[in-house]
Design a protein around this ligand. Structure first.
Ligand code: KG4
Ligand code: ZN
Length: 335
């Protein structure tokens, strides 16, 4: 079976062709970051307009470059939530229109299931059961994923998502947007002693986490030193924040796996691109003798291949979607 997959939930317009479980034929991600950078964050209206402009072109390119025809496709998978409603509507409406025009079925996919299914694109794929840390710009969740792909929420952030915290701290440190990669780059340039920031929710039972205290601690520490260094070198702050965030996320992953009684852990989502976090999760698995799966770097950020992979996971359990099914900006993972 071959699917056309579409992702337009936020600020990446993405299209993929994927066959069977994890054979990605083409995967294109058009980042809109340059459009949103002047505003310091994603502007929903700008995102929707860019999706509208780029999506038809990317679908055309996917077919042309793969040498496939619409008649080679068995269906269409599209993100239907959670995300920005205007952005989601572009993808869902386009998928429905193609479905009608080409006479093939479509299926609406939960974006977060897409991030989890990105582990199917690893070589070799990492199969459930496992406890996953899903970390992105909008989500920080510890999830217990069973062999039958049923998903149980174990804990998550009380306030900011991890990616959001990286973005906000990067803004405090004037490192630019998006903040995650900028913090990681700055941190890599630093090798001295670290500022002892608090570890969010350390010692508390369970696997809930919070980033607002850590974010404020960075702001207060910078102010206490009279502002940012005159030479513009904020790498000590970036490295100290990253270390605190990574340690807290990994400690809670350990707690989450213990809570669920699992000896398999996984890391997915945009923030899973962070080298220090990837290493920390690998080190945890090694310490505890656990199996681990880490999303391939190229599928950490939003992409359509993971949406196609999630459709292959969903289709044995669920049927194709009816035309009445709508985009849902607050679609939840664990109803
Ligand atoms: O999954 P994603 O592409 O979009 C959402 O679904 O939210 O995640 C985007 C988030 C942004 O907050 C970005 O700053 C963060 O992932 N991110 C990183 C890194 N690369 C992207 N955070 C830390 N380190 C990175 N290398
Ligand atoms: Zn995402």
């Amino acid at each position: 079976m071959r699917l056309l997959a579409i992702e337009t939930s936020c600020d990446e317009t993405a299209v993929a062709l994927i066959q069977d479980r994890g054979r990605v034929e083409v995967s294109y991600v058009n980042s809109q970051v340059h459009l949103h950078r002047p505003f310091g964050g994603v502007v929903p209206e700008v995102a929707s307009r860019a999706h509208q402009e780029w999506l038809p072109l990317l679908v055309k390119r996917a077919l042309l470059e793969s040498g496939r025809e619409p008649s080679d496709l068995d269906g269409i998978a599209v993100t239907r939530g959670p995300g920005l409603i205007g952005a989601l509507l572009v993808g869902v409406s386009f998928a429905k229109a193609l479905s009608l025009g080409w006479g093939i079925p479509w299926i609406g996919i939960n974006h977060l299931e897409g991030h989890l299914a990105s582990l199917d694109l690893a070589d070799p794929p990492f199969d459930p059961p496992y406890v996953a840390l899903l970390v992105s710009g909008g989500h920080t969740e510890y999830l217990d994923v069973s062999e039958d792909w049923s998903i149980r929420y174990l804990g998550g952030t009380h306030d900011d998502a991890a990616g959001e915290a990286f973005d906000k701290v990067a803004s405090i440190l004037e490192l630019g947007y998006p903040g995650g990669p900028a913090i990681e780059k700055a941190a890599r340039e630093y090798s001295g002693g670290l500022h002892p920031f608090p570890r969010p929710m350390k010692g508390r039972e369970g696997c809930d986490i919070s980033f607002s205290g850590l974010k404020t601690a960075v702001l207060l520490a910078v102010q206490a030193e009279g502002g940012l260094p005159a030479n513009g070198d904020t790498s000590r702050w970036a490295a100290s924040f990253q270390q605190a965030a990574v340690e807290a996320l990994t400690d809670k992953l350990q707690a989450a796996a213990d809570m669920a009684g699992r000896n398999r852990i996984a890391l997915v989502g945009g923030v899973a691109a962070n080298g220090a976090l990837r290493e920390s999760v690998r080190a945890l698995a090694k310490r505890r003798g656990w199996a681990h799966g880490v999303c391939p770097l190229k599928y950490c950020g939003d992409n359509a291949a993971m949406i196609g992979a999630a459709a292959f996971r969903a289709l044995p359990r669920e049927s194709w979607s009816p035309m009445e099914l709508e985009a849902d900006p607050r679609l939840s993972l664990c109803p």
